[in-house]
Design a protein around this ligand. Structure first.
Ligand code: ADP
Length: 810
């Protein structure tokens, strides 16, 4: 028992100077240092120092203390603490050092005086000392709680635990605990007002157990995320906390942790060991660097790439040649020779497997002749995936083989990208536009491609980005090209070339009728009864809406018709049936005005205009060559975007005409008095090559002699200065284009006769094909009237009138 309890009367009302403290509570039996402003409370303490040093403390909130500063006496709280001033020391710097020790609770009575400080009546209420098992248990419980709470606070010394354990007075225990950080001013005030120590202790116990729950939760969160984390892993740490919190809240359906997810995916990846090892190694790097590091994105992308590639050994589907033939026929009209070559290729693959160095197929032909769709059919026939990568404009080795990972924004090359798309390591892989491959300072893509295609190397194809080898040996590569010549030599040597020429009108009609229309109809969700297109309409589309070697635009126009009908079907009223038959006359309304005029380019035989044929990657076409003599002094003007070679041919043609002027009946002074303008219309399209030689010469002679050129004759061939005619290339496309344009007579170099085998029979039947060796023969046939020369009798065109001429058989 303390001295005070012995000497003072319990329950005896007293009058004490009042000290008002804001936002703090001083519990009995605990010494506290204090700072007080020089107001009434200060004066009250000065007064107490002169007597028994005892004051009554009351505790109010920040707002209330403002009221106490005024002159009006404020309402007093029910309970205060009687305290003794242990120290009240005025320091030289005019501040005061105060130490107070609370003695006991007291019920607060009324004011006795208000100036110069408050004196208040109060009745001391020291804690009773209840005993019994319940109190014991409660105390033990609170002590255990305190111990546990302190265990979560490494900054609090263990002394505090020992101190709490030594307390044997329940009320005092509650008061001491109320100083803990878990309690706020309001809580402490509530505890102060509770005069019953057991009740007070119970409240403390409840408060602590709530506190503990929070602490345990936080600790759990922390232990869930207890891996040693550095600064860069802050993000990861926070995510973990968030997840732990969500888990605690029962929102357990969380996304998997990204690292765990990668780990699991690597474990599940069906791939050779070296792949998994690399992926695991990278994952370790990712963990080390932290998800938040600048490197993390790069590493993740890399791991994702590894995870997304089809590494696993795939089952080899047996090749059935019958099935392959069936599928090829089902998808394509005609192309018999091409299909045969494809089947031979598959037969070899079937027998030799991958043991043999089977050559890479290369389909060469103008656009829209079915190169890609043949590849697709092969894939379908073999039950393999199908992918294509365009090599057009690829100049950089890295586009084939990828960039090294040190390069910003690095990615695998097109081969690996396509394999990812295919989701299979044995797809049919179309390498499109292999003739448009370039090469420059960034390295030659050809050599990279050679490695891709070489069966001895491609089992361990190494992409710069991936760095680990990928097996391409099961891939069926098929290259496509529009032209053969530009394909780099080493590549061409590796490939088996299959040429596909353009289609004739009849073939196009068959393709449209049997393949394109049904395909597009189905594509647009139409039934055959919804839409029919007559042959006349198809022919009109072929002739007047398209001008092409293949059927790409034809298919596009048919698709346009299907769209129109599909719309009508969709808009039809309930019960209404739509059955459209599209005839030739309907086309302008549905497809707009005709895009090309069918038939001969010229209405009449004209002077100075001859018809040549050109050949480009898009197939053949007819082309007019115009010559106009103007007043001048023998200059030569060339327009229409002519290339160097064609310009030289024009000069050679002019020289030839000058050289033969007399025989051709051209006045010797003609060249002194005239300039020559040569123009090839469609000026925006670049034209080049030597094969227009005979056409240019014919147009020149016509212009100078005034004899018209037959508009139904087309010609091709290079001319020497002496008028000899040399062979040219692209004959098949050229004759087909002439046939398409309604040309009746086609002149070609005699040396090209051997190429006639390629030309469809229909073209040979419907168009006279005449081999020529010399310019004189050309002029005889192409000019509408014989030439009258000064020195010679007129050059008489042979059987010009009958128009009959035996077509040489090839
Ligand atoms: P390419 O690859 O030669 O440019 P595509 O394979 O893209 O041509 O063919 C264009 C369209 O024409 C495709 O829809 C294709 O199915 C179709 N096609 C081409 N040739 C034929 C053919 N002989 N029979 C049926 N459809 C064909």
């Amino acid at each position: 028992m303390t001295r005070d309890e012995q000497t003072r009367d319990v329950g005896q009302e007293r009058t004490l100077p009042l000290v008002i403290l804001g936002e703090m509570v001083i519990m009995p039996r605990i010494p506290v240092p204090l700072q007080v402003g020089k107001g009434k409370s200060y004066r009250a303490m000065e007064h107490a120092m002169r007597g028994d040093r005892e004051v009554l403390l009351i505790f109010v909130s920040e707002e209330e203390i403002e009221g106490f500063k005024g002159s009006e006496p404020q309402k007093l709280p029910p309970v205060g603490v009687i305290a003794r001033l242990e120290e009240f020391l005025k320091l030289p710097d005019d501040t005061v050092r105060i130490i107070l020790e609370g003695l006991e609770r007291a019920e607060v009575g009324d004011y006795v005086q208000n100036e110069p400080f408050h004196m208040v009546r109060c009745t001391p209420r020291p804690d009773p000392r209840p005993e019994g098992p319940e109190v014991e248990a409660l105390m033990a419980e609170v002590k255990a709680q305190v111990e546990e709470i302190i265990s979560y606070m490494p900054e609090v010394s263990q002394e505090a635990v020992a101190f709490v354990h030594r307390i044997d007075d329940p009320g005092h225990l509650a008061d001491v605990v109320a100083y803990g950080p878990a309690f706020e001013f309001e809580d402490r005030l509530e505890l102060l007002n509770l005069l019953d120590p057991v009740e007070r202790l119970r409240k403390v116990q409840r408060e602590l157990s709530h506190q503990l729950e929070l602490l345990r939760l936080r600790a759990k969160i922390q232990s869930d995320t207890k891996e040693a984390l550095d600064q860069s892993q802050k993000e990861y740490f926070l995510r973990e906390q968030m997840k732990a919190i969500r888990r605690e809240l029962g929102e357990d359906d969380l996304d998997e942790d990204p690292i765990d997810e990668l780990k699991r995916k690597i474990a599940e990846l069906n791939a050779p060991d070296y792949v998994k090892e690399t992926a695991t190694h990278e994952l370790k790097r990712l963990v080390q660097q932290g998800m938040n590091s600048p490197e993390a994105g790069v590493i993740r992308t890399y791991i994702d790439w590894i995870l997304s590639l089809p590494w696993a050994k795939e089952e080899q589907q047996p090749i059935s040649l019958q099935e392959a033939k069936r599928v090829l026929d089902e998808d394509h009209y005609g192309l018999d020779k091409v299909k045969e070559r494809l089947l031979e290729y598959l037969a070899v693959r079937k027998l030799a497997g991958t043991k043999m160095r089977s050559p890479i197929l290369c389909l060469v032909g103008p656009p829209g002749v079915g190169k890609t769709s043949l590849g697709r059919s092969i894939a379908r026939a073999l039950g393999r995936a199908f992918v294509r990568a365009s090599l057009g404009g690829v100049r950089d080795e890295a586009e084939i083989r990828g960039h090294r990972r040190t390069y910003i924004g690095a990615m695998p090359g097109r081969i690996i990208q396509s394999i990812k798309t295919a989701k299979s390591n044995q797809p049919v892989f179309i390498l499109d536009e292999i003739d448009k491959l370039g090469a420059d300072y960034r390295g030659d893509p050809t050599s990279a491609l050679l490695e891709v295609l070489d069966p001895e190397q491609n089992a361990t194809f190494s992409d710069h980005y991936l760095e680990i080898p990928f097996d391409l040996s099961q891939v069926i590569f098929i290259a496509t090209a529009n032209q053969l010549d530009p394909i780099p030599g080493p590549l061409r040597d590796r490939m088996e070339i299959i040429e596909i020429g353009g289609y004739t009108e009849d073939e196009k009609l068959e393709i449209a009728r049997g393949f394109l229309v049904p395909k597009q109809r189905e594509f647009h969700g139409l039934q055959p009864e919804h839409m029919q297109i007559t042959d006349a309409a198809l022919l009109k589309i072929i002739r007047e809406y398209t001008r092409e070697a293949g059927v790409r635009n034809l298919e596009r126009e048919i698709a346009a018709l299907c769209r129109k009908v599909a719309r009508r079907v969709a808009e039809a009223a309930e019960g209404e049936t739509i059955a459209v038959t599209i005839d030739a006359a309907d086309l302008p309304e549905l497809l707009g005005p005709e895009k090309f005029s069918y038939g001969l380019a010229e209405q009449h035989d004209e002077v100075g205009v001859a018809t040549g044929v050109s050949w480009s990657t898009t197939g053949g076409d007819t082309m007019s060559f115009e010559v106009l003599p103007l007043r001048g002094k023998g200059e030569l003007k060339l327009t229409g975007q002519l290339g160097e070679v064609m310009k030289e041919s024009a000069q050679a043609a002019l020289s030839y005409v000058r050289y033969r002027a007399e025989e051709l009946g051209i006045s010797p002074t003609f060249f002194e008095e005239h300039a020559i303008h040569i123009h090839v219309p469609e000026g925006a399209v670049p034209k080049d090559g030597p094969s227009a030689g005979i056409t240019l010469t014919t147009a020149l002679v016509s212009a100078m002699t005034g004899i018209p050129v037959r508009r139904d004759v087309a010609m091709t061939g290079e001319v020497t200065l002496r008028g000899k005619i040399l062979p040219i290339g692209g004959l098949k496309e050229k004759t087909m284009a002439a046939h398409r344009a309604g040309i009746k007579t086609f002149l070609l170099p005699k040396e090209n006769l051997k190429d006639l085998v390629e030309i469809p029979a229909k073209v040979r039947e419907e168009m006279q094909i005449i081999p020529v060796e010399h310019m004189d023969e050309v002029l005889k046939i192409a000019l509408a009237r014989p030439i009258k020369s000064a020195s010679n009798p007129p050059l008489q065109p042979k059987s010009q009138k009958s128009g009959k001429r035996a077509t040489p058989s090839a």
